[in-house]
Structures are given as structure tokens and as C-alpha cells.
Design a protein around this ligand. Sequence first.
Ligand SMILES: [Zn+2]
Length: 340
Amino acid sequence: MRALTLVADRRLELVDVPPPAAPGPREVQIRIKAVALNHIDLWGFRGMAFAKRKLPLVVGAEASGEIVAVGPDVSEFNSGDRVVMYGALTCGTCQACRQGRDNLCENVQGILGFHLDGFSRELVNMPARLTIPVPGTVSFRDAACAPIAFSTVEHMLFDNAKLEPGETILVHAGGSGIGTVAIMMANAIGCTVITTVGDDAKADKARAIGADHVINYRTDRFEHMVRKITAKKGVDVVFEHVGAETFNGSLLCLKRGGRLVTCGATSGPVTTFNLMQLFQQQYRIFGSFGSSMRNVRDSLAKMANGMLPVIDTEVPIAEFERGLQRLEGRQVFGKVVVNF
Ligand SMILES: [Zn+2]
């Protein structure tokens, strides 16, 4: 069967590999239909010196597929079921797992497609407990955006930042995959959404999916514009993932007691900030990574209710790298999906 593997930094190869064995006890075998790209794919592609992983590695961290075989003791799934897969191999038995805080598993083996072989292959065996059914109305393409893009945002906004209806939120990089999701999720509960984009063509698209105010960060300072838009009050929540370029500006945008939630550092991981400002202004800062299984289910339910991912581009598996280049060049508006 075909598998897309990373053989060295910035070198992908579509290779022929043996198919997996029949699914073992409590496992299902899944035929992959669509893989969605995220920034973690780009980190993996560029190479990360300190990450514990071995090459070659099958890429692809977020995907959907169809069950083609079930192992012994699997009663909750049948062949033909449409599913998505949780993106990390958790243990299922530690306290965090038992409490449904899957992304804090104490014995996690790694992230699929980054530390361990991922989903860009024709067939994969997964533990049934990490497999989640896709509601009938949601396409494979859209469902592929649930396990990371939708779920990460769901976890950031609602579990961590505890975003409430009526609040004001600044969403950075509103054209990115997670940026588009954050705009839609905040808009859906009646928040005022301010977002930043890098060109004017993206501004109209951001408004179309629910942004109330759009700032072009290349022509205006976003801190200044947020102050103006909120009549100097600041926002309740900042949705961060840009990192070094924006972090201090993001803190300045918060009102007293405001919350900043971050899941990324695409412009660089290191910054300095003023601790006096942190405690005097009573800011709350949340680091967020991944999501729980419940977040994935809730994301799929939102899709079934009509909140569909914004798709920037669909590419065939052989053009996975072209998809990554679109992410790297900040060209996207929405998600890049790879069809297997
Ligand atoms: Zn665990």
C-alpha cells in the first residue's frame, strides 16, 4: 500500500509499504480518506532538533477514514463506519485519561504523524477507544478537520479561556486554519470578534465567516486598532498562536483580568514580557495543546449542525508538499486538505 513518508528534513517520499496485519483485540482497521494539514506538519517537515522521533516517518496528524475491519472485542464499530481518529496514542488508564483530560495523559506514546507514524497511508490500525464516529451529514473532507483544527480551538476557547457569550475576542491570523475556526466558534455564541489578516482580500472572507472587525496587520498596528475598536477598554480574550511577533501586543490588547490563550508560536517561540503588567492587570495566560476526545466529538457535532470548515485548497497525496508550502507562505484562508 502507499504511504507518504518523511525521509529527511524537508524530504517526503511516496513509498510502497506492507499493509498492516488484521486488527488485534479492541482495534479497528481504517482506510484513510482525507488528511488535513496543520502547523505541526510544518514543524515536522522542517525538522525539530529535540523532538524524540525516528525517520522515516509516515506523516499526517489529522485525518478521516472508513472502517474496513474490526478486531476481536470491538462491538461499537462495524465495517463501513465513517470515523476520525484521536491524534495521540494515549494510555486510556492513567488518572488524566480516566478524567477525560486526554491531552494530559501521563503515559502518552506520542503524536501520530509527528513522533509516531501518522495517517498518510492507505490503511491504519487504531485502538477503537481512540476512534470517533462521524455524523452522517459530515463529509470525509470536513471531518478530517475535526481532530486537530476544530478540537484545538474548542479546547482553547471553552475549556481554557472559558469564553462567554457577549464577550469580545481578538483572533490572530484569522485566515489560518485554526483562525477561521476560532472566528466561527466565537461568532456562533454571540461574541464580538476582532481579527487580523495579512492582506485585504482576506478581510472580506473573514467578515463573511463572522468577524465583526478586521485589521490588516501589515498596514496597521493591531494593538492600536483594538484600542480604537473597543473604545480603549480592551478585549476579554486573545486567541494567540503567532508568538514572538505579537505576544506583547496581545497582552496590551487585554482588559484588566483578561485571558490570553495560546497554542502556537509560528513567528518564533521566545519573547520577554513585563511581570508587573501581568499581575497588576491580573491577566490569565493559558498554554493549550491538543484537545480531549470530548472536544473532537463536540467539534463533529458542530459540523453536523452546519459549522463547516473553510477549505482553502484540496490537493492529491502526491502534492502534500505543495499544501505545506501554502501554510508556510501564509497564503491560506482556511484549511488545506489532502485527498488520499
Ligand atoms: Zn493516560
